[in-house]
Design a protein around this ligand. Structure first.
Ligand SMILES: Cc1cc2nc3c(=O)[nH]c(=O)nc-3n(C[C@H](O)[C@H](O)[C@H](O)COP(=O)(O)OP(=O)(O)OC[C@H]3O[C@@H](n4cnc5c(N)ncnc54)[C@H](O)[C@@H]3O)c2cc1C
Length: 316
């Protein structure tokens, strides 16, 4: 047992992209599968709640913090295996960032994942949400993974089907199992293809940096509407994109509560302009919900995970 594994009262504001929120009562950064098991064992012995944190790019932590153990896996291993002339498997630990994974792939002449260039997050958080960018979903690449069952600390190898992937969805949402590592099928590239993939990566990042804020945000705050939800839309447009409705209302760059503001670049992105609190971000999100509901009879729901709130702070 690593006796230094569990720390007390650790600030979370510097560990998430909004840069807001309180502290974790307990905090652990397991570097191995065994340490992850030990951290889970601690939660059983002390009967405390678990939250597994990635890079904090898609969460909002309450100003009261999290009254339990926050586990931030420092599982940073990368490896690859050649399958045949055209394909390879690349395996990444849950704590590896997508950026590190893409760079690792390209430096070993492996391609495909560069479509996710410029999206912040770890492999753990990205499998959790089934990372998406235009027509690409991370589930299109994932072959197998190692997960840990928090009920009894057992470790399992699972396949793609086990994750039951959907839009913004995987089995990990049940928060029973947590990701240890994931294996993706990628293409073997010739040197010229690597140059092309790097060019594509640069182009995607340039496009993203022009379109989206790059810090103090969780990306899209609300998820897009599901087909069943847009049945009730008032105007008959029936588009799933929540940003479309927010844009129509004119919140982009104008709606603000304290330092919590709707980005001037994207109507569905909230940014912390300096010293916003999580409470202010929630108040702004409630206001956005009300505006869309009054105008279109649709109630946006968050894509961003809300952590440490005693009750669900938005409208259902
Ligand atoms: C500027 C910006 C742009 C973005 N653009 C996009 C985009 O284009 N497409 C897109 O899909 N997303 C986008 N996002 C959202 C974000 O990048 C993704 O959701 C990312 O996968 C979050 O990863 P993370 O490691 O930061 O997860 P966190 O935010 O830390 O956690 C998110 C969820 O994942 C869970 N999780 C984390 N690690 C594990 C693990 N090991 N096992 C089980 N569960 C785990 C957490 O418990 C939490 O519920 C954007 C965010 C930002 C800030």
């Amino acid at each position: 047992m690593n006796i230094n594994l569990i720390e007390n009262n650790i600030s979370l504001a510097d560990k998430n992209w909004f840069k807001t929120g309180g502290s974790a009562r307990y905090f652990a950064q397991p570097r191995t599968q065994q340490e992850f098991q030990q951290a889970l064992q601690f939660t059983h012995e002390h009967n405390v709640a678990i939250f597994v944190l990635g890079s904090g790019a898609n969460i909002l932590i309450s100003d009261e913090g999290f009254d339990g153990l926050v586990i931030r896996p420092a599982l940073n291993e990368l490896s690859y295996t050649i399958i045949d002339e055209n394909n390879a498997f690349v395996t990444a630990g849950a704590g590896v960032t997508m950026d590190q994974l893409i760079e690792y792939c390209l430096s070993h002449q492996l391609g495909g994942l560069e479509e996710f260039s410029g999206i912040p997050g770890t492999v753990g958080g990205s499998v959790y949400i089934n990372l998406h960018y235009f027509q690409f979903l991370l589930s299109q690449f994932l072959v197998t993974a190692t997960v840990i069952d928090s009920a009894n600390n057992s470790v399992h190898t699972v396949d793609n089907a086990w994750f039951n992937f959907g839009y913004d969805y995987s089995t990990l949402h049940a928060e029973t199992y947590y990701l240890i590592d994931a294996t993706f099928k990628v293409k073997r590239l010739f040197p010229l293809d690597v140059a092309f993939a790097r060019g594509r990566r640069t182009e995607i990042m340039r496009h993203r940096f022009n379109r989206y804020p790059t810090s103090h945000t969780c990306g899209s705050f609300f998820r897009n509407f599901l087909p069943a939800e847009i049945v009730h839309e008032k105007t008959g447009v029936k588009l799933p994109y929540v940003a479309y409705y927010l844009d129509k209302i004119g919140v982009k760059g104008s709606l603000r509560i304290g330092d919590a503001a709707v980005s001037h670049q994207h109507a569905n992105m909230i940014v912390n302009k300096g010293s916003a609190t999580s409470t202010q971000i929630i108040e702004l999100a409630q206001k956005m919900q009300d505006l869309v509901h009054n105008e279109f009879n649709l109630l946006p729901q968050p894509e961003c995970r809300l952590i440490g709130f005693k009750e669900y702070p938005l409208k259902k």
